[in-house]
Design a protein around this ligand. Structure first.
Ligand SMILES: [Zn+2]
Length: 319
């Protein structure tokens, strides 16, 4: 992948983050080891479905556990090319994101003062404070700023716009905040991975906070008229619909071509733009992962399913 962590940030914005063995297979093994060592990835419940490893059809099957006489459990699936295929349990492993570890790691990497604290479980954390041009500012991590309950979450940051808010991969609209918008910084821009491990660029954070502050200052100096606000909301909704449509095309191609790589190649050959594997992969992940996408294939309701899984779909925009 061009950015091995992209999938992690996409996952951070899903309701119950799950990364499968196949997901981890997209990252260089060193990156996976680092994420596990830092407890940013933690083992969770086993998957109950798996892509058949026996043939190249890429079909997804429900796993049937069978307990033997000696008490050990073995796992099987059906495959058209063999009656029953045994699945090693390791193929069913899944990981979730260790929120507390992520918060701790970010706080240390950004050398923040004070102890991190959970404000809203699984949604909002106080990472610590940073001295900013002579003033202490709270650094906060929020998940799910595009979800319908966003206002219940954001009210915890107060109306003064002083905090620096870290978000996974998308800046929310200014109207999700309870007052003056805070400086919002996207983590996926800050964190990189190389041979030495995960890195946070603190200088880059400073530049991005500056930029965000300037944006907020401009916004506050010239509050948009009602008409302008409506136009801005309409533009945002349009942009979100466009990215939903784009996701639908990518997911449909994945189902048509049968694999991430084939879908990327197929779309690239079909059109005049280069479609990367990461792009297809991100769309499939946002649609609930390959298992959910494969499940919808039979009912031919891919489009609806994908749209309904967008918790940030246009109609849920907060006004
Ligand atoms: Zn098979």
């Amino acid at each position: 992948m061009t950015d091995p962590l992209e999938l992690l940030w996409v996952c951070l914005e899903t309701d119950a983050p799950r990364l499968t063995v196949a997901d981890l297979g997209h990252w260089p093994p060193g990156v996976v080891q680092q994420l596990i060592a830092l407890k940013l990835l933690e083992r969770t419940d086993n998957s109950t479905q798996v892509v058949c490893p026996n043939c190249d059809r890429g079909h997804v099957e429900e796993v049937m556990p069978r307990r033997g006489r000696d008490g050990t459990v073995r796992f099987f699936i059906r495959c058209p090319e063999a009656l029953k295929v045994e699945i090693p349990e390791t193929l069913l492993y899944q990981w979730t994101i260790g929120f507390e570890s992520l918060v701790q790691w970010l706080a240390e990497a950004l050398t923040l003062k004070g102890r991190p604290a959970v404000i809203v479980p699984d949604r909002l954390w106080r990472l610590g404070k940073t001295l900013w041009q002579g003033v202490n500012r709270e650094v906060i991590l929020i998940r799910g700023l595009a979800w319908p309950d966003v206002r219940d979450i954001t009210r915890h940051i107060g109306p003064h716009g002083r905090p620096i808010v870290l978000v996974a991969d998308r800046v929310p609209m200014t109207n999700v905040w309870p007052g003056k918008p805070p400086a919002v910084v996207v983590i996926s821009h800050l964190v990189t991975v190389d041979d030495h491990g995960l890195q946070v660029d603190a200088a880059d954070l400073a530049a991005r906070v500056n930029e965000a502050d300037q944006y907020v200052a401009k916004f506050m100096a010239a509050p948009a008229t009602e008409v302008e606000q409506k136009l801005a909301i309409r533009r945002q909704v349009k942009a979100e619909r466009k990215s939903e449509l784009e996701d639908d095309v990518l997911v449909a191609a994945y189902l048509e071509f049968g694999s991430i790589r084939a879908a990327a190649d197929g779309l690239t050959n079909r059109g005049d733009r280069k479609v990367t594997k990461d792009k297809v992969y991100g769309a499939v992940k946002r649609a609930g992962g390959i298992h959910a996408v494969a499940r919808t294939e039979d009912s031919m309701s891919v489009h609806r399913s994908v749209a309904s899984q967008h918790r940030d779909s246009g109609k849920k925009i907060v006004k």
